[in-house]
Write a protein that binds this ligand. Structure first.
Ligand SMILES: *Cc1c(COP(=O)(O)O)cnc(C)c1O
Length: 470
């Protein structure tokens, strides 16, 4: 017989039965939940079957007690892992959208836990026993802090913008500068959100220059709103011109048109005396003439995901009455966190207690001291073969906030042969650690560490280096 035509047995027939691999997995990891173990075994076998289908007939089946078991275990742990879970942010980016933006203050987190586990007066007026307003507390605090006539809050800032435009310009035109048609990350584009609001977008000017005359010429009887959008994540430099909020507001007053500003990242405490740009202070935007300003709850404000709207009583009342408001409403857990965060602002505790503000306002000298202490701990973990040095660096605000604005920071730098591999292992630690790799070095920025993140960092680095040296 021609040996080339000999039919070899299909290697897939050598795959272990589901039950056999499952009992091996459960014996190796008795704590794994049954559902995760079963599903992981099913997926590991399916993927092995697929590999073998495309493989040479001589390829062997993965060892059911070795690689196959390991693959199933990895799948099972991935399946039953919590998501989202805690990570250590050593990137130096204070507001990192991929890392959940602002961490809540412990007090805000406690308010969330209480609202979550108990009944509450969410929509009950306890004085009368009648139905109450879920936003009453938050709206009142927003008004007290900002001096706005009225305030409202929804699920996030994209929703706030949608609600404002749908309410004030539905079926009509919204004029915006071409230089402000931004993409805000995760491929969400402000112009696409605007068009979903049932309004027609009229973009004016050019990418780099927009003048008052451009807006003026675009105004028609169909115009409903003049919109200003904060550029958030990029800067225009060079031959540029833009119409300021104050100028746009003047035009709006002359033509009887409301000016809406999407500020993106806003604060309710004025930080310009402490070196942060004045533009982020939301109440000042109203004083400059915006009729409505909206911004995120979990950017510079340092609270939960939310979209905050400040503005004239007339506009805010109209937003509140829009049926869309119900679809975009803020949930009770975010509401509890927002209420706590606003109270901290009213009490003058914001800079001390809101993590984002604390991180942004930390003096470089304190950061240097923290970096030196961290370097000592990491050097002890890394052993004598590795050098941990301390050096100044720059941290950014991030999260679509204050583009081009950097803060002095301090990092611990580790010189490593293969920093990328160690960075990957750090992300795989029980408490994952996110660090920066630059020029063959792994950098841990202390500005973004929360209280006692050092212990988790130390544990993750120890494990990462042990496996790296294995
Ligand atoms: C971040 C941002 C948004 C979106 O805010 P979310 O709270 O994430 O919905 C919208 N507009 C601008 C200008 C932003 O910077």
């Amino acid at each position: 017989m021609d040996p080339s035509r000999e039919v070899k047995p299909d290697p897939r027939r050598a795959l272990p039965a589901v039950d056999r691999l499952l009992s091996a997995l459960r014996a190796a990891h008795p704590d794994l939940p049954g559902w995760a173990a079963r599903e992981a075994v099913r997926r590991a076998l399916a993927s092995e079957r697929e590999r073998l289908a495309g493989a040479e007939a001589s390829d062997r089946v993965a060892d059911p007690q070795g690689e196959l078991l390991e693959a199933a275990a990895a799948r099972a742990f991935a399946l039953c892992g919590r998501h989202p879970r805690r990570v250590v942010n050593a990137t130096g980016t204070v507001l990192h959208t991929n890392l959940g933006r602002a961490p809540l203050a412990p007090g805000a987190a406690a308010a969330v836990a209480a609202a979550a586990a108990c009944y509450s007066d969410l929509e009950m007026d306890l004085a009368t026993g009648e139905r109450g307003d879920r936003l009453a507390g938050v709206a009142e605090k927003l008004v007290l802090i900002s001096g706005a006539e009225a305030a409202f809050a929804v699920n996030n800032n994209a929703a706030a913008l949608l609600l404002a435009l749908d309410t004030l310009a539905r079926g009509r035109e919204v004029i915006v500068s071409r230089g402000e048609l931004v993409e805000i990350g995760g491929s969400f584009r402000v112009p696409e959100i605007i068009e979903r609001a049932g309004v027609r977008l009229v973009d004016v000017g050019t990418t780099n220059r927009t003048h008052r005359g451009d807006y003026e010429r675009a105004i028609t009887p169909q115009t409903g709103v003049l919109l200003k959008v904060h550029r958030s994540n990029f800067e225009l430099r060079g031959f540029v011109a833009e119409v300021t909020l104050a100028e746009l507001a003047e035009l709006g007053r002359e033509r009887g048109l409301p000016v809406v500003e999407d500020l993106g990242s806003g604060t309710l405490v004025d930080l310009k005396g402490q070196g942060l740009p004045a533009e982020a202070y939301a109440p000042a935007r109203l004083q400059l003439g915006a009729e409505v300003v909206c911004f995120s709850g979990d950017k510079l404000l340092g609270g939960p995901q939310a979209g905050i709207l400040l503005g004239s009583a007339r506009c805010i009342e109209a937003l509140r009455a829009n049926p869309l408001a119900r679809a975009l409403r803020l949930d009770k857990l975010s509401l509890a966190a927002l209420d706590w965060t606003l109270e901290a602002c009213l009490d003058g505790r914001a800079e001390r207690e809101i993590p984002v503000l604390r991180q942004l306002l930390q003096p470089a000298a304190a950061l240097e001291m923290r970096a030196r202490q961290l370097a000592k701990r990491l050097a002890a973990v890394a052993g004598s073969t590795l050098q941990a040095t301390v050096q100044p660096d720059r941290a950014v605000v991030g999260g679509g906030s204050l583009p081009g604005f950097e803060l002095d920071s301090w990092v611990v730098a580790l010189e490593l042969k293969d920093p990328e591999t160690v960075a990957t292992r750090l992300r795989g630690a029980p408490v994952p650690v996110l660090a920066r790799v630059r020029g063959g070095r792994l950098l841990f920025d202390v500005r973004t560490l929360l209280d006692d993140d050092e212990s988790a960092l130390e544990a993750a680095l120890g494990a990462a280096l042990r496996t790296a040296l294995r």
